[in-house]
Design a protein around this ligand. Sequence first.
Ligand code: D61
Ligand code: MG
Length: 409
Amino acid sequence: MGLLGAIVEHPEDLYALVKLKMASDRIKKQIPAEPHWGFSYTMLQKVSRSFALVIQQLGPELRNAVCIFYLVLRALDTVEDDTSIPSDIKVPILESFHHHIYERDWHFSCGAKDYKVLMDKFHYVSTAFLELGASYQEAIEDITKRMGAGMAKFICKEVETINDYDEYCHYVAGLVGLGLSKLFHASGLEELAPDSLSNSMGLFLQKTNIIRDYLEDINEIPKSRMFWPREIWSKYASKLEDLKYEENSTKAVQCLNDMVTNALMHAEDCLQYLFALKDLAIFQFCAIPQIMAIGTLALCYNNVEVFRGVVKMRRGLTARVIDQTRSMSDVYGAFFEFSSLLKSKIDDNDPNASLTRHRVEAIQKACISSGLLNKRGYHMYESRLQYNSVLVIMVLLLVSVLFAILSAK
Ligand code: D61
Ligand code: MG
């Protein structure tokens, strides 16, 4: 659906969509002139749909460190995800990757499309890395080393237990949280967050991705690795693939709900982490992805569409989250609203209904007892806006102004 279609469906999203479009156009024009920084920011915009914007609104020094941190780990992940590299080649590269970021002429060709460009021209990233302050370099090196070792460990090992699942997610995302907390601290803008809270920030995002991407991952050719833990799915099917077949819908949705309930465990830690932040740009950088995650979990919960296609928050709602996240009351408001949506979808016949309800209520309680709950809300499950003529006229006016502005450029 195009922009116009999105506006007709949800006119209440228009303002935020226009604002987001203007912000991203502005950012696209701000590519630095030096070739290595120019490459790095261009690459960031190409390989990260979800993080590019929030990274680029950070202050200049921290923005450079986080951009390079992102690209180094994305390159490491490109090695991990490339199924055409034999394990005996892949494992030593993952384990030594943290050395290569200091070598201006090192590169390893793999991946496809934009990821291949990132790998082929990795010298730009290492050149930029070497210009960062020493404390930023050390944090990035330490996390790259630990993530590479963790990925290597899981190349020859499947995710069997819930413990394995938490361990794998710690390596690929929890460590990102630890590294970011170190970078924030090194910038002088934040206190150092406790590791366990930083870890939860990553686990909440990674588990949400793993749940949402079931179909995309299971259908990938050549076969990609799956990260749903056997300890969970074996309660519902004898093979993970079986969940995608229509005749197994009931079991599939029960398994999905079990996975969502598992991920909800991290939400309160995320609220605690966000509560402690002081700098507005860092706060927005951290809070927006977490709100998107709980929104995605609420959307996926009890939703068989996860096994049929892509379940994603609509663009307009994403734009409103980006536009309307400025303080902890906005975060509590969003977490409260999305957990209420999830709660309304709990079916008493679901095997985990009472555990899910318990976890949702704990999140709601944390939001209420903060005393900061913002009731403005996204009204995301009010079935549809009641159209009235004033609104329709306003929307049409706005759309014509928008097109006038855009076509004048
Ligand atoms: C605050 C703000 C952002 C945070 C955070 C705290 C804590 C953790 C994270 C971001 C990381 C969340 C990762 C979730 C997305 N998962 C992936 O991209 C998977 O790859 C994991 C290994 C590479 C991680 C690279 C990364 C990601 C986000 C960053 C970052 C580095 C640096 C700074 C900011 C954000 C996933 O990728 C494929 C896919 O999701 O399609 C995979 O291979 O499993
Ligand atoms: Mg990966």
